[in-house]
Design a protein around this ligand. Structure first.
Ligand SMILES: Cc1ncc(COP(=O)(O)O)c(C=O)c1O
Length: 390
């Protein structure tokens, strides 16, 4: 975040908290050893790692041996899908039609191993069509992976319902919770989810560390082999300082009971009202349509819109992002992982948005570093950006 830039791209990444940076620096200084070493220097690192693991497990109501530290959500997703697939003959993998490229990529690798990949269709709000549940969970489905909070359009999927339907049928269920966990920590011990991926850099923790939560016996094989760290599920010397930073960041997050409310509460109590205030101001711009404006559940920090010029012609979201950046606002035209090249959004395509609008998405995603005054500056700047792109 440059000092002069308003940072509204939390779904891409978030600024590490000062307490996280302090903790990482302290651990790098004082517990820099290899936690597998048997000498005193190694033991200091091993103790630090054990403390962080305990804190993180407690935050998620998980057992410590249900946590695997990875390099980020992309690796967690690959370990989840490939780790399950290694334990059974190729069958059918069900994913939603609105997954992040990390899941699409992992599914593509299973397809090369002979798996069939079925995409669960979604409605116009990006939510999976529940009337297809029995059909999609019937044999030969052997693995299901669904995104919990959609990164481009903010839709929250009915994960507890699908997870328990999978449990009843004995089908391992993975969720990509990368966008959801930063908005609320769920209780892993009472959920029917078998595998859950998330990433530290989306919740004001450090970059380069992620988590896969797993039930014992679900993973048949690790992705990375070698030193036997992480219970044999992920070889490689543990990133002790990054894990400690993640533990600090997680402690700031509120709790979330998905059985009481399908939408997580938000990283702070104010985040939803800041989003709603920004939304109501943006809705006054005639050439702008908020996606899922009245839809619930929706990620509470997330606001996606489709934008046209004053004559009503769809504008390229990428151009608007660049123009807004010149005006001091950082936002995104969709998933950061897709932003390298202009192409129709697969998510908008799955939601049956008209083809001419599929490159016109603009995403604002908020964090606790913003306030109402910051957000009130955005609509006039957006109008300037729209005019500059016309
Ligand atoms: C929903 C979702 N899944 C996975 C990822 C990948 O996360 P990471 O960058 O930690 O690999 C992201 C990041 O944009 C995401 O939003």
């Amino acid at each position: 975040m440059t000092p002069s830039e308003l940072y509204l791209d939390a779904a891409a990444t978030t600024p590490p908290l000062p307490s996280v940076i302090e903790c990482i620096n302290a651990v790098q200084r004082e517990a820099w050893g290899n936690p597998s070493s048997l000498h005193g220097t190694g033991l200091v690192a091993a103790e630090q790692l054990a403390r962080s693991r305990q804190t993180i497990a407690a935050q998620l109501s998980a057992d410590e041996d249900e946590l695997i530290f990875t390099s980020g959500a992309t690796e967690s997703v690959h370990l989840a899908l490939q780790g399950v697939a290694a334990g059974c003959p190729p069958g059918r993998l069900v994913i939603s039609a609105v997954e992040h490229p990390a899941v699409e990529g992992a599914a593509g690798q299973l397809a090369q191993l002979g798996w069939t990949v079925a995409r669960w269709p979604v409605d116009g709000s990006g939510r999976i069509r529940l009337e297809l549940l029995d059909q999609l969970l019937a044999p030969p489905t052997q693995l299901v992976s669904l995104i919990w909070g959609q990164s481009e359009v903010g839709t929250v999927q009915p994960i507890p319902l699908v997870a328990s339907a999978c449990r009843e049928r004995g089908i391992p269920f993975h969720t990509d919770a990368t966008q959801l966990i930063p908005q609320g920590l769920m209780d892993w011990s009472t959920s029917c989810i078998d595998l859950l991926s998330f990433s530290s850099h989306k919740l004001q923790g450090p970059r380069g560390i992620g988590v896969l939560l797993h039930r014992q016996g679900v993973l048949a094989q690790p992705l990375l082999t070698g030193g036997g760290q992480e219970g044999g599920y992920r070889a490689g010397t543990e990133a002790v300082a990054l894990i400690a930073g993640l533990a600090v960041a997680l402690q700031q997050l509120p709790r979330f009971n998905p059985h009481q409310s399908m939408a997580p509460p938000g990283s702070t109590p104010q985040i939803r009202s800041m989003r709603d205030r920004l939304q109501s101001k943006l809705e006054a711009i005639p050439s702008l349509t908020v996606i899922n404006a009245t839809e619930e559940p929706r990620l509470p920090h997330h606001l996606a819109c489709l934008i046209a010029d004053r004559a009503g012609h769809p504008l390229a979201g990428r151009r608007l992002v660049q123009q807004l950046s010149r005006l001091g606002v950082a936002c995104s035209s969709g998933s950061a992982c897709r932003s390298g090249h202009a192409q129709d959004s697969a998510v908008l395509t799955a939601m049956n948005v008209a083809p001419s609008w599929r490159q016109s998405l603009l995403r604002f995603s908020l964090g606790p570093w913003l306030n109402d005054d910051d957000l009130d500056a955005v609509p006039p700047l957006l109008i300037r950006a729209i005019d500059a792109c016309t």
